[in-house]
Design a protein around this ligand. Structure first.
Ligand code: ISL
Ligand code: CA
Length: 556
């Protein structure tokens, strides 16, 4: 069997920083770039290789920076371009690569391009955005915004509607316009020439629009992202972007594929097509999700999704992530955040994330087992997606308490509460009276400082796994095989490389369980366990696993 081509972005581990919530250095309650600089040594100690920085650009923060007003300016609350340059230089000194967030499906409505575009139908920037006349008093089509209401907003200056898949302060850019595309490529070169190592591309499959803008059916309206992520020119645009800009640099690109199918993800990341290197597939992290509702899912369903994303040839490479700034905390969704099981299940998820096949993306706080926050009322939420949909959902007859209970399982804000650095004021995130978003009260016992000192902490478990992964190419490039796909409680798989085979067994339940092993595993050596009171003898044909127990073995 051909082996995957070796390259740094397949071997290295990414750590996502949401700057607003990472570390506040100037005491205004909002994270900033100097705050990040003050924590680079922490990231070096953890042992990650690449940082993905969520948007740091000038923005009115209608969507916390995912609404960019000036692509070549640093958001005032985050600092200055000098701060960015200092941060980039310090990352490089420490051998950490930096990828930044490219948000070019839409801009802010306060971007100069949009101000020009909306001023008149003859303005040279008119066609940088998507304007259509209404149908009588109705919108040009029944397309919905992800953040509530119609995806069309009427503008009084020219009596036409503009398209916005997200909030109305995030007008979609018109990628049909080659001049707009050239503007985007110039922005990319500006940051690449500064020395950044690549881009995470926000909702990049959505940049190609179906030009007929025809109404969606009732079924399509349930998941508009499937229409929005199937535009006809996506591959042409990505190829052009690669030929024109990316191919000139040694960089990594990862697309955010909200709404894409496995097939489209694989086409976009097939290295022969020279489009993207990687693309997030959301099937795993959103398993059981139906819009704002987090339903149940079984372990076999989850395991099937991992098998599917590994069911490819060696021209593709998956991503592995259970957290990001748009999803609840993994220990609360996939683990068990009760005091009894939180530490053990968080370590189990670390072993899962760092031994699966694909590039791992960690999210700030997962390395210390941060949990969901319990929002007591709607006004505690910050998220524009909730504020935009709230009225519509309650008017549809959903009870307020039901909606609040669901949001306490699915809200994006769970991952945006401030990073918990210590058990001091506001978790050591800020010296301000309070942070921009509520801090989780459990910072008193879940914080980085206490865990860096504790050899048995989640932090030091991630650190150990990162070291093991760095030392074992077979754990990076080894073939993936699920050895017990139907088991309801245990996730058990192998990674078979050139020299070694690793066996990972995870009891993803609160009950003890036994797993019958094939005789071929006899003689394997235990190299990692998440429990101190585990069986330390040689591997047996039947493994007895305690609740949330996780182990990794290696062939002799
Ligand atoms: O729930 C979602 C959509 O209903 C989110 O998953 C998210 O909006 C989607 O994945 C796209 O996310 C990206 O684009 C958004 C921004 O709000 C997200 O933070 C960003 O990750 C618009 O830029
Ligand atoms: Ca600040």
């Amino acid at each position: 069997m051909s082996r995957p081509k070796k390259v740094w972005w397949k071997e290295q581990v990414v750590y996502q920083i949401y700057p607003r919530s990472f570390k506040d250095a100037n005491g205004d309650g909002i994270g900033d770039l100097q705050g990040i600089i003050s924590k680079i040594d922490y990231l070096v100690e953890l042992g990650i290789d690449i940082v993905w920085l969520s948007p740091h650009f000038d923005s009115p923060n209608a969507d916390n920076g995912y609404d960019i007003r000036d692509y070549k300016k640093v958001m005032e609350a985050f600092g200055t371009m000098n701060d960015f340059d200092e941060m980039l230089a310090k990352f490089k000194q420490k051998g950490i690569k930096l990828i930044i967030d490219l948000v070019v499906n839409h801009s802010s409505d306060e971007h100069v391009w949009f101000k020009e575009s909306k001023s008149s139908k003859e303005n040279p920037y008119r066609d940088y955005y998507i304007w259509r006349s209404g149908r009588g008093t109705k919108e040009p089509s029944n397309w919905p915004s992800f953040f509530g209401g119609s995806a069309w907003e009427k503008d009084s200056e020219t009596e036409e509607y503009y398209l916005h898949y997200f909030s109305k302060k995030q007008p979609d850019l018109n990628w049909e316009n080659s001049q707009l595309r050239e503007e985007v490529y110039a922005i990319m070169r500006f940051w690449l020439d500064k020395g950044v190592d690549g881009f995470r591309m926000d909702v990049i499959p959505l940049i190609s629009k179906h030009q007929d803008f025809q109404d969606m059916s009732a079924t399509e309206l349930k998941h508009p992202e499937t229409i929005y992520a199937s535009g006809p020119r996506i591959h042409e645009f990505l190829r052009e972007m690669n030929d024109t800009v990316l191919s000139k640099y040694d960089v990594m690109t990862v697309g955010e594929g909200f709404g894409v199918t496995t097939a489209l993800t694989q086409r976009m990341t097939d290295e022969r097509r020279k489009e993207l290197n990687l693309s997030f597939l959301f099937d795993i992290i959103r398993v059981g999700r139906d819009n704002w509702q987090q339903g149940d899912f079984t372990l076999p369903e989850l395991k099937e999704l991992f098998t599917t994303q590994n069911d490819t040839d060696n021209f593709h490479w998956p991503t592995v992530f259970l957290n990001n700034h748009d999803n609840p905390r993994s220990v609360s969704k996939f683990g068990c955040d009760s005091e009894e099981n939180r530490v053990r299940s968080a370590k189990l998820l670390a072993l899962l994330t760092l031994t699966q096949r694909g590039t791992p993306f960690l999210y700030q706080g997962e390395e210390i087992g941060m949990t969901n926050y319990c929002f007591k009322s709607f006004d505690e939420f910050d998220d524009v997606e909730i504020r935009g949909n709230y009225r519509q959902i309650l008017q549809s007859g959903v009870g307020a308490l039901t909606y609040l209970a669901e949001l306490n399982k699915s809200s994006r804000d769970h991952s945006r509460t401030p990073m918990q650095w210590s058990n001091s004021h506001q978790g050591g995130f800020t010296t301000a009276e309070k942070s921009w978003l509520a801090i989780n009260e459990n910072y008193t016992h879940i914080n980085a400082e206490s865990q860096q000192k504790d050899p048995d902490s989640i932090f030091n478990f991630y650190k150990k796994l990162l070291e093991i992964r760095r030392r074992n190419e077979d754990l990076v490039y080894g073939d993936y095989f699920d050895i017990a796909p139907d088991h309801e409680q245990v996730f058990a798989y192998t990674r078979t490389g050139v020299d070694k085979t690793f066996l990972i067994v995870l009891n993803m339940s609160s009950k003890k369980v036994s797993l019958k092993l094939d005789a071929m595993f006899l003689g394997y050596k235990l190299i990692v366990s998440n429990s101190t009171d585990h069986y330390k003898g040689p591997i047996k044909e039947t493994l007895e696993l305690a609740h949330w127990e996780a182990r990794m073995y290696v062939s002799a």
